[in-house]
Design a protein around this ligand. Sequence first.
Ligand SMILES: [Zn+2]
Length: 306
Amino acid sequence: MTIAYITHSACRLHDMGGEHPESPARLAAIEDQLLVTGLEFAIRRYDAPPVTREQLHRVHDPGYVERLFALAPATGLHWLDADTAMNPHTLDAAVHAAGAVVYAVDLVMGNEADCAFCAVRPPGHHAGRAEAMGFCFFNNIAVGAAHALSRHGLRRIAIVDFDVHHGNGTGDIFRDDGRVLFCSSFQHPCYPFSGTDVPGAHQVKTPLAAGTGSRTFRDRISGEWLETLDAFRPELILVSAGFDGHWQDEVAELNLTEHDYGWVTRELGALARRHTGGRIISVLEGGYALPALARSVAAHLNALLD
Ligand SMILES: [Zn+2]
């Protein structure tokens, strides 16, 4: 079993300043944990290439892409919404974050790796076709899914999102695309206050009340996702892996533990073995309590290795 670990140095230079929770320290904490746990020796490292305009335009409005390139500041910060800002390195980071997922698809579909983890930031699942929001600029996982559909000719892809926030950008991008089944669990009500209202036959929404813990989370995922995913028979599973539902993470109020992230990953791994030849690609989204994030990513990677 080989896990491709795909990242890029630019992802640690994007910095929204001061006390912003989506900080470069997140990737540093994950890297430290790889050493502490010995996972460093179980992964194979790859440098993320930049995404191309053609790859971005499959899911993003070309005018929006050009606007982002034009807005990149030479110094300081340029704020796009109350909590999403570009520094001089942001665009480079975003371009490599999206490129990482495209590369992961090529590696996994080319049988060079069994599965992949993209340790990237900025995250992507809130980014819509023409909108940056919620720390996200390009929708990394959507760019990867579109690449798998377009370049590799896949007909059924499952995107599973267990970040504490609804993956509204991903949901919007694939709302009318029957080739993509999107399963998202999220605290509700909570930012971005979407999810329960979004129509779409190919979207499974699992809203969770504040305070939800391990038992309910596992029951809901088992009951609402697994049978639907089995029936869909995906050819590839993509995971929006956000770890901000951890009880120690203060951006929201779920009470999950790293063991829950290990559990859901093992369930997805079993699905992958049944349907995709084991192909599973995970992309970092949220997770802001650094020790909890690091332990959760380690549990996630260990489960992928199982
Ligand atoms: Zn989140």
